[in-house]
Design a protein around this ligand. Structure first.
Ligand code: NAP
Length: 503
């Protein structure tokens, strides 16, 4: 491999959530420090910064929901709360010295490739240039506000769970929650005890697996892990391995899948004795088909005297409540929209233009697509981390983000040694990968006949249908045959070498 003058690639990482932090630390540890992280929010943490609704808990055990490079021994609970996870992200930023790289309140509005480098603009009017852009913009970020007649004319308070307003008082109020996904279930459990009345509007019931989400992690256990890092690492590796069982359960039919599905049915039967209520809580699709909901408190909350489950369709929102299709009026003081997200937006609505001015909307006309979750034809030197087909719900997101970031360092190394100036994945490789994905989706549980946020408008399933071993194999060393690489002549290399990442 020919080596010219060593160059330090300048990099812009967009987003300081799980993916952005994993990328920044991985780059830094690999010796790439010429990067800036542009974060739209006022703090790091991504989804854990934006979501602060009452009852927010991560349904992945804390000892697994952490970065491989930043083990935390002393989680206070087995399933950590949202605020504790956000604090963890802040601690990681400090521990790995990311603060000087971080620009908060910096929303990227546009990014353009000019054939050599990227120019990135933020809402505050700043423009920066970089050799590489990493879009670590998350999946569940843009709140979905349903188009229900009358919503604008509601006289009480309205709040979407992903933009919770701490000033809202729900105690002693008549609270309505629209939505029955993971968020709806958590917020119903949290608000019911102190509400005057809690009404949940559930268009589609969800299976809710029983799990003791409030259990504390014993202090001694945390101390033992802190005192024995090797043991802690082992626990992490075992947790990763165990999560492979979950991946197997969702990816192909087996007795293990049937066992978990039986447990879901039992969770409902055992906790809801009232037959009529149970019937209305029973989904008409297989457990695990939608993103599985876990809770140890939801069924108790919805059975409570001050709670009501409404499965009748919402006809309209009036100034004082909700009217259902049966003509019934439900008076409401506080309306909580637990209605989910636009999960397939990724970096949009950013005005992103790649080679020859192609926009991301043009490139994704048939739905979001990336080669191995990270590379998009038409967008040289731009990569996504936790991009399309990321494994939300099967493999650890932190593992996937770190793996992808390490894979990207291979291109950064080649840029640095002068053997690559621009790198762009080919259309063919991307199409081939997406064909493999479509085929592998066949036996997955997500494809068994439910309607979930996993589906794109083009009816593809935007998830990772392979196991962790396959992911690791795909994202260890780039396959040159799948990429188009350009290299400028040595003179222009020298000129490019001096460009700093930060202005
Ligand atoms: P979601 O799963 O997309 O659920 C949205 C809910 O809103 C659904 O029940 C949906 O009904 C309902 N809805 C949407 N529009 C409606 C309308 N016009 N009328 C009535 N109902 C309407 O969203 P989410 O609960 O926020 O969860 C999204 C994802 O976030 C989860 O699946 C999970 O991946 C993640 N999450 C994770 C945790 C965690 O603990 N790790 C916690 C919360 C969220 P239909 O089902 O009929 O469409």
């Amino acid at each position: 491999m020919a080596t010219t003058s060593p160059r330090d690639p300048s990099i812009i990482i967009v987003g300081a959530g799980v993916a952005g932090v994993a990328t920044a630390v991985t780059f830094k540890r690999a010796g790439f420090e010429n990067f800036v992280i542009l974060e739209k929010g006022a703090d790091v943490g991504g989804v854990w910064f934006w979501n602060r609704y009452p009852g927010l808990t991560c349904d992945v055990p804390s000892q697994l929901y952490q970065f491989g490079f930043a083990p935390k021994a002393d989680w206070s609970r087995i399933w950590a709360s949202g605020p504790e996870i956000q604090r963890y992200h802040r601690d990681v930023v400090e521990q790995f010295g990311l603060a000087p790289h971080l620009r908060l309140d910096s929303e990227v509005t546009d990014a353009r490739f000019d054939g050599r480098a990227w120019t990135v603009g933020t809402a505050d009017g700043h423009t920066r240039t970089a050799d590489f852009v990493i879009a670590a913009t998350g999946v569940l970020h843009h709140p979905f506000i349903p188009d229900i007649p009358g919503l604008d004319g509601f006289g009480g308070e309205v709040v979407h769970t992903a933009r919770w307003d701490d000033a809202i008082e729900t105690r002693g109020k008549r609270v309505a929650v629209i939505g029955s996904g993971s968020t709806g279930v958590q917020i119903v459990s949290a608000l019911q005890p102190e509400a005057a009345k809690l009404t949940q509007f559930a268009r589609t019931p969800q299976w809710v697996l029983w799990a003791p989400m409030g259990v504390r992690q014993p202090r001694l256990f945390g101390k033992a892990l802190a005192a024995a890092p090797a043991l802690h690492n082992l626990l992490y590796d075992v947790s990763l391995w165990a999560s492979g069982i979950l991946a197997d359960i969702v990816l192909r039919p087996s007795w293990r899948r049937r066992l978990v599905q039986r447990f879901a049915r039992w969770s409902l039967r055992a906790q809801v004795r009232d037959k009529a209520l149970r019937e209305r809580l029973t989904p008409d699709y297989e457990p695990l088909c939608k993103r599985q909901v876990l809770s140890g408190t939801y069924y108790r909350a919805i059975r409570a005297d001050n709670a009501e489950l409404v499965t009748e369709r919402i006809a309209e929102i009036t100034s004082s409540g909700i009217r259902t299709a049966d003509g019934r009026e439900h008076p409401v003081d506080v309306l909580v929209l637990a209605t989910g997200f636009h999960p397939h937006n990724y970096m949009r609505p950013m005005n992103l233009r790649g080679r020859d001015g192609i926009t991301i909307d043009e490139a994704w006309e048939k739905g979001p697509m990336a080669y191995r979750m990270t590379a998009i034809p038409g967008f040289p030197n731009l990569f996504t981390v936790l991009g399309p087909n990321s494994p939300t719900g099967s493999i650890s997101l932190q593992y996937s983000a770190e793996l992808t970031a390490r894979y990207l360092t291979r291109w950064l190394e080649r840029f640095r040694d002068g053997s690559v100036d621009t790198v762009e994945v080919t259309e063919e490789a991307t199409a081939r990968f997406n064909d493999e994905v479509a085929e592998a989706m066949g036996p997955t549980v997500w494809n068994t006949g439910c309607n979930s946020w996993y589906f794109t408008d083009n009816n593809t399933i935007d998830l990772w249908p392979f196991d962790r071993k396959t992911m690791t194999a795909m994202l260890t060393e780039p396959d040159d045959r799948d990429y188009r690489v350009t290299r400028r002549d040595a003179t222009s290399d020298q000129a490019a070498a001096a460009a700093p990442a930060e202005q």
